[in-house]
Design a protein. Structure first.
Length: 309
């Protein structure tokens, strides 16, 4: 049987997390993505990935934080704020476990050779979640949990994380600041939320972008900062924090990227994965809050995953 090229992984629980009326990180994001990918060839759909266990989470988060997140689960019909921007309902903790579990499952399937790559359409997103703190719509750091599963459980030696969300992945940096097994490449609008100091380490590659940056300038910066770093690092797996809020139509930021720019960076990462990591790449949804732009951008991103270079 031929290997599946691209897995499309989601879970119904991820649509039940709801931060309340008007919250930009809304369940409709996944509905828009699902509609955009319905007729795309080359996908195998998985809708029942197992939830991440507490043991899985403890590779990336502290026991005190995991316990606090469980304790914060509200009663039915109630919403609580675990951070000024991060509101949860009675379904949110289960959704977060399945979001992290989807990232692990995609990683497992790719490392076991059952698929070349995967895209995980999950929420809540993860890259702002620090080792011991929820932030910026994020409860659990899905990509960090998957990376540490690949390193500590599966036994890899080197994992790269590429994060092109418009906001800096402060949570991912916090978790891997002192772990050179992970190369973390992050492009982001700067100065901008989360306004955290940027750590200076050889394995942390920062690409700050001024408000108004367009596609050609973005591509030049990625080629300058990321590509040689990835070549030197020689990852065994590439994980992607795929945020699409750098799109020019997104209401929460000020970069001016288009769908073609997301397709371009995906093709670059796929080519590096094919050359250095046996093609093994797992992408996990982060931001993107204009539903039409999000749908078009994700389709371009996933289309690039389904095609060989």
């Amino acid at each position: 049987m031929p290997m599946t090229r691209t897995l499309y992984i989601t879970h119904p629980a991820c649509r039940l997390h709801d931060g309340g009326p008007g919250h930009p990180e809304c369940p409709q994001r996944l509905a828009a993505i699902d509609a955009a990918l319905q007729n795309l060839n080359g996908l195998e759909r998985i809708e029942d990935p197992p939830a991440a266990t507490d043991e899985d989470l403890l590779h990336a988060h502290t026991r005190a934080y995991v316990d606090a997140i469980h304790a914060a689960q509200p009663d039915p019909g109630v919403r609580v704020a675990v951070d000024p921007d991060t509101h949860i309902n009675e379904h949110s903790i289960r959704a977060a476990h399945h979001a992290a579990g989807a990232a692990i499952e995609g990683t497992r399937q790719v490392l076991d050779g059952k698929s070349t790559n995967a895209f995980c359409a999950v929420r809540p997103p993860g890259h702002h979640a620090e080792r011991d703190r929820a932030m910026g719509f994020c409860l659990l750091n899905n990509v960090a949990v998957a990376a540490l599963w690949a390193l500590d459980v599966h036994g890899l030696s080197r994992v790269a994380i590429a994060d092109f969300d418009v906001h800096h992945g402060n949570g991912t940096e916090d978790i891997f600041r002192d772990d050179p097994r992970v190369l973390f490449c992050s492009s982001f609008q700067h100065p901008f939320y989360p306004n955290r100091p940027l750590s200076r380490r050889e394995h942390l590659v920062h690409t700050p972008l001024a408000a108004g940056t367009d596609g050609p300038a973005f591509r030049m910066a990625i080629e300058r900062d990321w590509l040689s770093a990835l070549e030197r690092f020689r990852p065994e797996l590439i994980l992607v924090s795929a945020g699409f809020d750098a799109h020019r139509d997104d209401p929460l930021a000020g970069l001016n990227l288009l769908e073609s720019d997301f397709e371009w960076i995906t093709r670059k990462l796929v080519a590096i994965a094919e050359r250095l990591a046996g093609g093994r790449l797992v992408s996990v949804l982060e931001g993107g809050y204009d539903l039409a732009a999000l749908a078009r951008s994700v389709r371009s991103h996933v289309h690039a995953l389904t095609e060989t270079t």
